[in-house]
Design a protein. Structure first.
Length: 307
């Protein structure tokens, strides 16, 4: 047999996605190129790895076992590369971070210089909802998680990054002429909510309950980006983190509606399990944050911090 690591990578991705098209998209290859590599890989086995039923691709039981073996081989190859870099004095390994969806506007800036400096580190950044972020942390599947609402059921340690401020936001087509509105304005504005489990939703509902606000719930959407697009389209209003709408505010496409009691303030915190045994990569990243986070905030969030 003469299969290549490239073929193993392609077959593993096909097995994960159950689709040649989706595999080609993730691998940034053309669909014909992926199909050719799959065929060349299949030619080395007397037993089918895949089958097509009703135009849908399925991985056979034999194919599933080969996929498991392929993953194991590729992980061993990565480990060889990491060991080689370590002997050459380079920091290497995998850094795994889970981030709540709005955190995608924050975390990349705290990672950029570190990843550029240490080319031997592979970054796995999972952007998802709060529930899944905390699940991956609890199961010790990640080194760190970025959240704006701290969990109460886990023993954690944390380092604070930047403040998270939430405002009542609408598109720019409606006129709001008062310098400040009282909370009765919520009786007139249909609100767009994030989904259950979202940190933004939790903060928003906690504020509404504390202030006994008479809100009109218009709809519920599953990401901050979806909420932003709905607000831009004039479908309603929402309480949104400032960090995710800076560009739209600068362009005059969104506006902050001044309401007593706003902004709602929380903090973006990078958290990890208490007594977590860090890899060299994770430990180095934490050291990098402690040394550089003030500079990172000044260079990338100065307008946000001063606003």
């Amino acid at each position: 047999m003469h299969y290549t690591l490239h073929q193993l990578q392609i077959f593993l991705k096909i097995a994960e996605k159950q689709s040649i098209t989706k595999a080609s998209e993730e691998l940034h290859l053309t669909q014909p190129a992926v199909s050719i590599q799959l065929r060349n890989f299949q030619d080395q086995f007397p037993i089918p790895l895949t089958e097509v039923i009703g135009r849908k691709l399925y991985i056979t039981d034999f194919g599933k076992e080969i996929a498991v073996a392929a993953q194991r081989i590729l992980e061993e190859v990565k480990e060889i590369n990491y060991k080689t870099m370590a002997y050459q004095g380079q920091l290497s390994g995998v850094l795994k971070i889970s981030v709540v969806s709005t955190g995608k506007y924050v975390m990349p800036y705290f990672l950029s210089d570190f990843i550029k400096k240490h080319e031997g580190i592979d970054l796995i950044l999972d952007v998802t909802n709060k529930a899944k972020v905390l699940e991956s942390l609890e199961q010790n599947n990640v080194d760190f998680s970025l959240v704006s609402v701290l969990p109460t059921n886990l023993q954690i340690e944390k380092t604070q990054l930047i403040e998270n401020r939430l405002y009542l936001v609408g598109n720019s087509k409606e006129q709001f002429t008062k310098k400040m509105y009282d909370k009765s304005i919520f009786t007139k504005l249909p609100l767009i909510y994030r989904e259950q489990g979202s940190g933004t939703r939790h903060t928003m509902e906690k504020f509404i309950e504390k202030n006994n606000l008479p809100v009109r719930k218009k709809m519920e959407l599953t990401s901050n980006e979806a909420v932003k697009q709905a607000v831009l389209a004039g479908l309603g209003y929402s309480i949104m983190p400032l960090i995710g709408i800076r560009n739209e505010l600068s362009a005059g496409r969104l506006q902050i509606i001044p309401v007593k009691g706003f902004p709602i303030k929380t903090n973006w915190n990078l958290i990890w399990l208490k007594n977590k045994k860090f890899s060299l990569a994770a430990s180095a990243f934490l050291d990098h944050l402690e040394l550089e986070k003030e500079t990172i905030m000044k260079n990338n969030f100065e307008d946000y911090i001063s606003s």
